[in-house]
Ligand binder design. Structure first.
Ligand code: GLN
Length: 492
């Protein structure tokens, strides 16, 4: 523990430290700000943040330290700095979505998740880098330069929540929020060696999350431990009258219920997620993780999810169709960048969008618009929706047959090199092959570190029934502890 910086402690450790006054909130904040400054100064800049909170935090921590000195009982995240993906609206800090079209834009209202974090006493440290409008798997599509992977700065941190994953992995913030439409929390978690949780669709309010694909988007935590992810989910989860798609399902104290063991839990291992050409290193680590689960008392079952092959095309049709509609609001009139043009209103729209959006966002808007256009709608969007149903049914059948959780790799590769895929969109899209099915089926899923290949972290994915995050987190926590017990260096 002595060798870890304050920002590398878990929420539980920080809370104990703050309560017992061994840790002061002011020192914790200073440690985070120093780590962020160092991450920019040493080597090529990490570039995890797009904006940082200013002096208002100093006042907040002063008040917190005074309250703690006086022995006051504070919220569950009192004094804990949180990094927020920059597509989640915050008052007082810009929300850019990694896009030049929203450069400098400050939202007049705050996302429900941010309001809840503040109510629990958390400090909003800053806004993290992402692929523009969350479209990407490497954070290279950001309008503000790529984030780098803390384990190898010549590599990508994954995406689109690459800034949040890198921030937690590099010890710039103990915890962070990301968003996941097709893997954007889990894949960067896997590439950066941290825990990433995508909750069930509807578990967490999307109010104040800038929409990419509304039927797929979900906010979730990026943390160092499963317990912290569980704790954060209890804080941010729950029905919200500002989001009609949020679900009125009770939110238990997940983190207090993790230690029950996994005796008799049925773990499905789908053959479609372990193709013959899967990277041998990743396949081996996944096999070892599954064996560990068996060793802990879980029952393993081979399963088949036969429509998996169609997931990438279905996802990219549904996501881009919704994106093309959601991004219509950036017209140079209502938000952000405006290219003044005397010619006509249409020219203002065209030129503002032309100048403000990056290449990938334009590609997606065109693909999505095409898929929704008259004459093609049923052939593309309609068919993708039917495939989505079939993919959801594959999972429903497995669960109906008694499977409790499913184990898969999170990504087919470790973190790739900057520039390696950015000019080949199809290659980039294929890196989402193991993550998009979960969003299409609206299930909860988590990625946790399961090992290393040549100094780069590898994640394993678990997924569960809708709203059964408790089982998901219990299995993930048992696996995490088992791995840590045999490989104490894993978290180092
Ligand atoms: N990589 C996927 C995409 O580019 C998923 C992104 C996400 O989850 N936001 O669409």
């Amino acid at each position: 523990m002595e060798t870890r910086r304050l920002t590398e402690l878990t929420i539980g450790e920080l809370r104990d430290g703050l309560r017992s006054r061994r840790v002061r909130a002011a020192d914790l904040l200073e440690a985070a700000l120093r780590a962020i400054a160092d991450s920019q100064a040493e080597g090529p800049a990490l570039n995890a943040f797009i904006s940082l909170a200013g002096d208002e935090l100093a006042e907040q921590v002063e008040a917190l330290d005074r309250a703690l000195d006086g022995g006051e009982e504070l919220g569950s995240l009192a004094g804990i700095p949180v990094a927020i993906k920059d597509n989640i609206c915050t008052r007082g800090l810009p929300t850019t979505c990694g896009s030049k079209i929203l450069e400098g834009y400050v939202s007049p209202y705050e996302a429900t998740v941010v309001r809840k974090l503040r109510a629990a006493g958390a400090l909003i440290l800053g806004k993290t880098n992402l692929d523009e409008f969350s479209m990407g798997s490497s954070t290279e599509n950001s309008g503000f330069g790529p984030t780098r992977n803390p384990w190898d700065r010549e590599r990508v941190p994954g995406g689109s929540s690459g800034g949040s994953a890198a921030a937690v992995a590099a010890g710039l913030a103990p915890i962070a929020l990301g968003s996941d439409t097709g893997g954007s929390i889990r894949q960067p978690a896997s590439f950066c060696g941290v825990v990433g949780l995508k909750p069930t669709y509807g578990r967490v309010s999307r109010y104040g999350l800038v929409a990419f694909a509304s039927s797929l988007d979900q906010i979730g935590p990026l943390t160092r431990t499963v317990e912290d992810a569980a704790l954060l989910l209890s804080v941010i989860g729950g029905v919200d009258r500002f989001d009609s798609t949020s679900a009125d399902v009770p939110v238990p104290d997940f983190s207090g219920q993790l230690d029950v063991g996994i005796e008799g839990v049925v773990v499905g291992v789908p053959r479609e997620y372990f193709p013959d050409d899967l990277d041998h290193g990743i396949a081996g680590l996944c096999r070892a993780a599954v064996e560990r689960l068996a060793g802990l008392g879980a029952e393993l079952r081979q399963i088949s999810l036969p429509h998996t092959d169609y997931a990438i095309p279905a996802y990219y049709l549904v996501a881009n169709a919704e994106a093309s509609s959601n991004l219509a609001r950036y017209d140079g009139v209502r938000y952000g960048l405006r290219v003044p043009s005397a010619a006509s209103t249409a020219a203002v729209y065209r030129e503002s969008r032309g100048a403000g959006f990056g290449a990938e966002v334009k590609r997606r808007i065109m693909l999505g618009t095409y898929g929704l256009s008259a004459g093609y709608y049923d052939e593309y969007y309609g068919r993708a929706q039917r495939v989505r149903r079939l993919i959801a049914q594959d999972f429903e059948q497995a669960f109906a047959q008694g499977v409790d959780v499913v184990f898969t790799p999170t990504s087919p590769t470790v973190a790739f090199r900057l520039g390696e895929r950015v000019d080949d969109p199809l290659q980039m899209y294929l890196s989402d092959v193991f993550t998009v099915t979960v969003n299409l089926a609206r299930l909860p899923a988590i990625s946790i570190p399961i090992g290393w290949i040549e100094g780069l972290p590898v994640g394993g994915q678990l997924l569960a029934r809708r709203f059964d995050e408790l089982t998901l987190l219990r299995v993930a926590s048992a696996l995490e502890r088992s791995i840590a017990a045999s490989r104490p260096d894993l978290g180092a």
